[in-house]
Design a binder for this molecule. Sequence first.
Ligand SMILES: NC(=O)C1=CN([C@@H]2O[C@H](COP(=O)(O)OP(=O)(O)OC[C@H]3O[C@@H](n4cnc5c(N)ncnc54)[C@H](OP(=O)(O)O)[C@@H]3O)[C@@H](O)[C@H]2O)C=CC1
Ligand SMILES: O=C(OP(=O)(O)O)[C@H](O)COP(=O)(O)O
Length: 334
Amino acid sequence: MKVKVGVNGYGTIGKRVAYAVTKQDDMELIGVTKTKPDFEAYRARELGIPVYAASEEFLPRFEKAGFEVAGTLNDLLNEVDVIVDATPGGMGAKNKVLYEKAGVKAIFQGGEKATTAEVSFVAQANYEKASGKDYVRVVSCNTTGLTRTLSVIQEYIDYVYAVMIRRAADPNDAKRGPVNAITPSVTVPSHHGPDVQTVIPINIETSAFVVPTTLMHVHSIMVELKKPVEAKDVVDIFENTTRVLLFEKEKGFDSTAQLIEFARDLHREWNNLYEIAVWKESVSVRGNRLFYIQAVHQESDVVPENIDAIRAMFEMAEKWESIRKTNESLGILR
Ligand SMILES: NC(=O)C1=CN([C@@H]2O[C@H](COP(=O)(O)OP(=O)(O)OC[C@H]3O[C@@H](n4cnc5c(N)ncnc54)[C@H](OP(=O)(O)O)[C@@H]3O)[C@@H](O)[C@H]2O)C=CC1
Ligand SMILES: O=C(OP(=O)(O)O)[C@H](O)COP(=O)(O)O
């Protein structure tokens, strides 16, 4: 039996999760919601995905355009086993009452507070904690990136300090850009450090800056070590970590631009780079401090996590079986 999945909010994250669901042999995409009949709604329809109005108040927009919807969110909720809420940050918590009323499990995204769900989730770090749960939050793209690499070197960590260089907007977001400025999060820690702690129990402080780019976030990470480790051992660990890839400046990976080009060269859908990109040369140890730099494709790294969260919530597969299935279905390299 396939799990019936709906996606509420067919935007940057929602459309990618919907696509990923269609690639799973144990899941069925029942439909997605839109607030308006724009090109994304027409494209979903072309792809054969039933489009529902995000609520009754939006129905007149669709009627005016002559766009026939399959129903409203409430109708979608009657059809599904789980809803992936990918609405703008903060809206998921409000939607939760609808999901509770419908008796439907729900996955929230990183724009929601941790308290919205029972578990904050990164598959490789705490898959089992989501087992059988009704409400799970896939943490933000940056928190997912930090957790993926830090969770596998956890035994060496005394304290982590990370500087997050955040992209100003997604490529399709003309409202927020171009931005000719650097915007610091003036309070330390930025929300990322405490957010990592909702998944793994480590000491971590983060600060954050928004810079004028749409191509990925970059993290400069410094770890005070609890016990000695050599850079080559950390490289080995990352080389054997799922959803983490090492890239070499030596091979032309000078910036996030080449990382995105790499994803384009793979003919990845939407040039998704689901894996966290660690610059190999940046992994270095000086005294009792480990340094490395990584980049996060904000539009896609959380997509496999949403798929694994569904399997965990329905106890459909053990952790590594789910990760393997998700990776294979999306062409994730490791
Ligand atoms: N973009 C990113 O880099 C990342 C985002 N996240 C998190 O994912 C979540 C979604 O973000 P993102 O995909 O970027 O957001 P987007 O703005 O790209 O998409 C949100 C979608 O929600 C829909 N929406 C708007 N209002 C409503 C409503 N009242 N009811 C239902 N749907 C509505 C919009 O649909 P319509 O187009 O029809 O108006 C829109 O497409 C947030 O929590 C965010 O923090 C997590 C990781 C990375
Ligand atoms: O989850 C994200 O970033 P975050 O981890 O810095 O909050 C996404 O890139 C969304 O960021 P946004 O809040 O700038 O849209």
